[in-house]
Design a protein around this ligand. Structure first.
Ligand code: PDD
Length: 278
C-alpha cells in the first residue's frame, strides 16, 4: 500500500513517526474514517467539516486545506486500486519532548491510509447485529472525534467476550450511542428516534445523511434520547456509521428485537442510502 505522511506518498513500510508524537504520548489527536464504494469517497464533505470542527475544538490547525486532503485521499484510493473499504485519516499536534504544554509552532502530523474492506454485501445486512448495553465510561466531550479510544476498546472487548457485535453505551438510564456507531429506534407507531447532537455523542456523518433521506421520504423523526428498555420494545433498532452505513440491531442484551430480523423501514433506508451513495 501507498500511504500519506506529512506531505509525502510513501510505501507503508517506509512511513515512520516519532516516538515523541503527541498522538502516541497523549492521544492528542483527531481522526476520521470515510467509506469508499466503487472507488468513490462517501459523505466526504461531511467528514471534512467534522474534521475541521474537531481540530478547531482542540485548538489545533490542519497543515493543509480539506480540499487538499480530499485530493490526497482520492490519489491514495486510485494508487491502491481501492474499490471498497475505508480511508483513515489521523491528525496529531506533532512531536516534541514530552510536555503537557506544547510549543505553538509545532508542525502537526497528518497520516492518511486506505484499508480494503467489504462494506456493502455483509452478513449483518441480512441477519442484523447483537448489542450489549453497558455504562458509558467516556469523557464529557464526545462530540470531538478524539483518538483517545480506550473506553471504546474496553467496551467492545467486553461485548465481544459475550458474543455481541457492538456495545451500546448508557448514561443516566439513556443510550448515548454505540462504541463506534450512532443508535436509533423505530417506535411501534413508525417514528424514527435518535438523540439530538450534543457534547454527549459524536455527530455522525452517516446520521446526517440518513436523516436527510428519511426526511425526503416523508418519515417521522424525533430527536431525543431513549432507554435500553424502550429500544428492546421498539419495532426496529438500527445503528449507523461510516463503515456499516445503516445496519439493523436484532438483539439487545440477549433479547430479540421484534421477530429478531431486520425490519422494513431499515430495508427501505439501506436501499435509499446505497442508491444515493452511487
Ligand atoms: N466511528 N459514534 C461514535 C462514537 C463513533 O466512533 C462513530 C464512527 C459514530 C458514527 O459516525 P459516522 O457516521 O460519522 O461514521 C458514532 C468510526 C467509523 C470508527 O471509529 O471507526
Amino acid at each position: 500500500r501507498t500511504v500519506y505522511l506529512n506531505g509525502a506518498f510513501l510505501p507503508e513500510n517506509e512511513a515512520h513517526l516519532s516516538i515523541f508524537d503527541r498522538g502516541f504520548l497523549f492521544g492528542d489527536g483527531i481522526y476520521e474514517v470515510t467509506a469508499v464504494l466503487d472507488g468513490k469517497l462517501i459523505d466526504s464533505a461531511l467528514h471534512m467539516a467534522r474534521l475541521e470542527r474537531s481540530v478547531g475544538e482542540i485548538g489545533g490547525r490542519l497543515p493543509i486545506t480539506t480540499d487538499e486532503i480530499v485530493e490526497i485521499e482520492k490519489c491514495l484510493v486510485a494508487e491502491n486500486q481501492l474499490t471498497e473499504g475505508v480511508v483513515y485519516l489521523q491528525y496529531t499536534r506533532g512531536a516534541e519532548d514530552r510536555n503537557f504544554f506544547y510549543a505553538e509552532d509545532l508542525a502537526p502530523t497528518l497520516v492518511i491510509f486506505t484499508q480494503a474492506k467489504t462494506l456493502e454485501h455483509v452478513a449483518a445486512v441480512e441477519k442484523g447485529l447483537k448489542v450489549k448495553s453497558m455504562p458509558d465510561q467516556r469523557w464529557a466531550r464526545r462530540d470531538i472525534k478524539s483518538v483517545c479510544l480506550l473506553p471504546q476498546v474496553m467496551a467492545k472487548r467486553a461485548a465481544k467476550a459475550e458474543g455481541f457485535d457492538e456495545a451500546w453505551l448508557v448514561e443516566n438510564g439513556l443510550v448515548t450511542e454505540g462504541a463506534s456507531s450512532t443508535g436509533y429506534i423505530v417506535t411501534r407507531d413508525g417514528r424514527i428516534v435518535t438523540r439530538a447532537n450534543s457534547q454527549a455523542t459524536l455527530p455522525g456523518c452517516t446520521r446526517l445523511a440518513i436523516l436527510d433521506l428519511a426526511r425526503e421520504a416523508g418519515l417521522a423523526l424525533e430527536e431525543r434520547p431513549f432507554s435500553v428498555d424502550e429500544a428492546k420494545a421498539a419495532a426496529e433498532v438500527w445503528l449507523t456509521s461510516a463503515s456499516n452505513f445503516i445496519v439493523s440491531i436484532t438483539n439487545i442484551d440477549g433479547a430479540a428485537v421484534g421477530d429478531g430480523t431486520p425490519g422494513p423501514m431499515f430495508k427501505r433506508l439501506r436501499a435509499l442510502y446505497m442508491e444515493n451513495a452511487r
